[in-house]
Design a protein around this ligand. Structure first.
Ligand code: ZN
Length: 179
């Protein structure tokens, strides 16, 4: 139903297509944008466009970065032989906040979920396997989320890696999810 005219309906639909934003929140955001100053709206739009344009995947760990290699991978003081596998850059940031981990990461950008139609080829798994072959790590820590998808993903990866003779550890509760 189009109560507001096409431009605002379109904006509501765009917001509603984002993860975690329902119809009501999308409306609230759209009305908020309409009430904002022109310059603030331009800044918001520019922030979205430049984030998309300038941010890419780290060529080593697939973390989001604006350079070829992210700051963690570029740090020679980190233990590059220990790789912690996480689902998202957000998870990586949570582990970094604890300041207790000195290894490096691999960001999968998702988890295997047959229900949602996400297969192993939809996440950064091929990159992980290539990296393992190249960097020969001593240990892989599987820190995917403690839910069905995270467990399935950890299991899948562990089956692929164990035959290579690399130590595989599973942690699921080290850091609160999304914390
Ligand atoms: Zn990196």
């Amino acid at each position: 139903m189009n109560y507001y005219g096409d431009p605002i309906t379109r904006l509501i639909e765009k917001f509603a297509s984002l993860p975690g934003i329902g119809r009501k929140s999308a409306q609230r955001l759209a009305f908020h944008v309409i009430a904002m100053d022109d310059s603030a709206v331009a800044e918001l739009a520019e922030a979205i466009i430049s984030a998309k344009r300038d941010v890419k995947y780290c060529s080593v760990c697939c973390n989001l970065t604006d350079s070829d290699i992210c700051p963690v991978c570029a740090n020679p003081k980190r233990d590059h032989k220990t790789i912690m596998v996480v689902e998202s850059p957000k998870d990586m940031a949570a582990y970094e906040k604890t300041k207790e981990y000195n290894g490096v990461y691999h960001v999968l950008h998702g988890a295997i979920s047959p229900m949602a139609g996400i297969s192993p080829s939809d996440i950064k798994l091929k990159e992980l396997l290539e990296r393992i072959q190249k960097d020969t790590p001593n240990e892989i820590i599987l820190a995917t989320n403690p839910n069905v998808e995270g467990e399935a993903t950890a299991m899948y990866i562990s089956k692929l890696i164990k035959p290579l003779g690399i130590k595989v550890t599973r942690i699921a509760n080290g850091v609160p999810v999304g914390g």
